[in-house]
Design a protein around this ligand. Structure first.
Ligand SMILES: Nc1ncnc2c1ncn2[C@@H]1O[C@H](COP(=O)(O)OP(=O)(O)OP(=O)(O)O)[C@@H](O)[C@H]1O
Ligand SMILES: [Mg+2]
Length: 230
C-alpha cells in the first residue's frame, strides 16, 4: 500500500506513515478544532513534494483562506501563480455544478491532493436531508474516480453522537479522524483520534495535538487527558 505523508508532524506515526494513496479521509469535529488548518497543511506539504493540490471551499472566501494560510507561512497565492495549486470557492447555489468544478480543477493542474472544506455547508442549501445525502454520495463517488488523496471536512455539533453532520459521510470514506475540544477542569483540551483508516493498523488512542505558528502538531506517544476524564 503506497502511503501519502500528511505533512502533519506526529500524525503519520499513527497511521503507518500516511493516508493510503487515493483514499478519501474525513476530518470531523466541532468548530474551531483545526480541520481547515490541517487540510491546508496537508496541501502545502504536498506542494513542497511536487504534488499539486486543489482546495475547494464551501464556506470561507478564498482571500480569507489565503490570508489565514500566510500566517503559517503557506503562500498559496504564489503556488497558484506557479500552477501548483488551485483554491476555489464553490457557490453552493449551483449544487449540480460541483462535480464538474472539482473534476476540472483537478485535471487542470494534474492534482494529487484534494480538499473539500466543508461538506456541512451543503445542508444549508439543500433542504431535503435525503437529497443532501444523495448529493454527498454522488460527489464522493466522482471524487474517488479522480484518484487524488482527498480530505473532506465535516462539522459536528457539541455532544453529537454520529460522526458527521449528515450521518452518511463516515460510511463512504476510507478514513475518519475525529477532532475533540473538551473541557477538563478549567481549560479545553485539544485531542484527536483515528476512528477508522481502511488498510491500516492505526492507533486507537486519543492523542493530544497543538496548534502552533507552524500549524498542527500531533503527539503520537502521548494520551490526551480527555481519555482519562470520567
Ligand atoms: N496562530 C495560531 N496559533 C494557535 N492557535 C491558532 C492560531 N490560529 C488559529 N488557531 C486556532 O485554530 C482555530 C481555528 O482552526 P480552523 O479554522 O482550522 O478550525 P476548523 O475546525 O476548520 O473550524 P470551523 O469548523 O469553524 O471551520 C482557532 O479557533 C484557534 O483556536
Ligand atoms: Mg474550517
Amino acid at each position: 500500500m503506497k502511503r501519502i505523508p500528511t505533512g502533519i508532524p506526529g500524525l503519520d506515526e499513527l497511521i503507518e506513515g500516511g493516508f493510503p494513496k487515493g483514499s478519501v479521509i474525513l476530518l470531523t469535529g466541532t468548530c474551531g478544532t483545526g480541520k481547515t488548518l490541517t487540510s491546508l497543511q496537508f496541501l502545502w506539504y504536498g506542494i513542497q513534494q511536487n504534488e499539486n493540490g486543489v482546495y475547494i471551499s464551501f464556506e470561507e472566501p478564498i482571500e480569507e483562506v489565503k490570508k489565514y494560510s500566510k500566517l503559517f507561512g503557506w503562500d498559496f497565492e504564489k503556488a497558484e501563480k506557479e500552477g501548483k495549486a488551485i483554491l476555489v470557492r464553490y457557490d453552493p447555489f449551483h449544487v449540480e455544478d460541483i462535480i464538474e468544478l472539482v473534476t476540472s480543477s483537478v485535471r487542470k493542474i494534474n492534482a494529487k491532493r484534494l480538499v473539500i472544506d466543508s461538506i456541512s455547508a451543503l445542508g444549508m442549501y439543500i433542504r431535503d436531508p435525503s437529497e443532501v445525502r444523495r448529493t454527498i454520495f454522488n460527489l464522493l463517488m466522482n471524487v474517488y474516480k479522480l484518484g487524488c488523496t482527498t480530505i473532506l471536512t465535516s462539522e459536528m455539533l457539541p455532544d453529537q453522537i454520529q460522526l458527521s453532520r449528515f450521518g452518511v459521510e463516515e460510511f463512504i470514506v476510507d478514513g475518519v479522524i475525529v477532532f475533540y475540544y473538551t473541557k477538563i477542569d478549567s481549560y479545553f483540551a485539544r485531542a484527536l483520534t483515528v476512528w477508522k483508516m481502511r488498510y491500516t493498523h492505526h492507533s486507537q488512542k486519543i492523542h493530544p495535538y497543538k496548534i502552533t505558528e507552524n500549524g498542527i502538531v500531533v503527539f503520537p506517544h502521548e494520551e490526551s487527558a480527555i481519555a482519562h476524564k470520567v
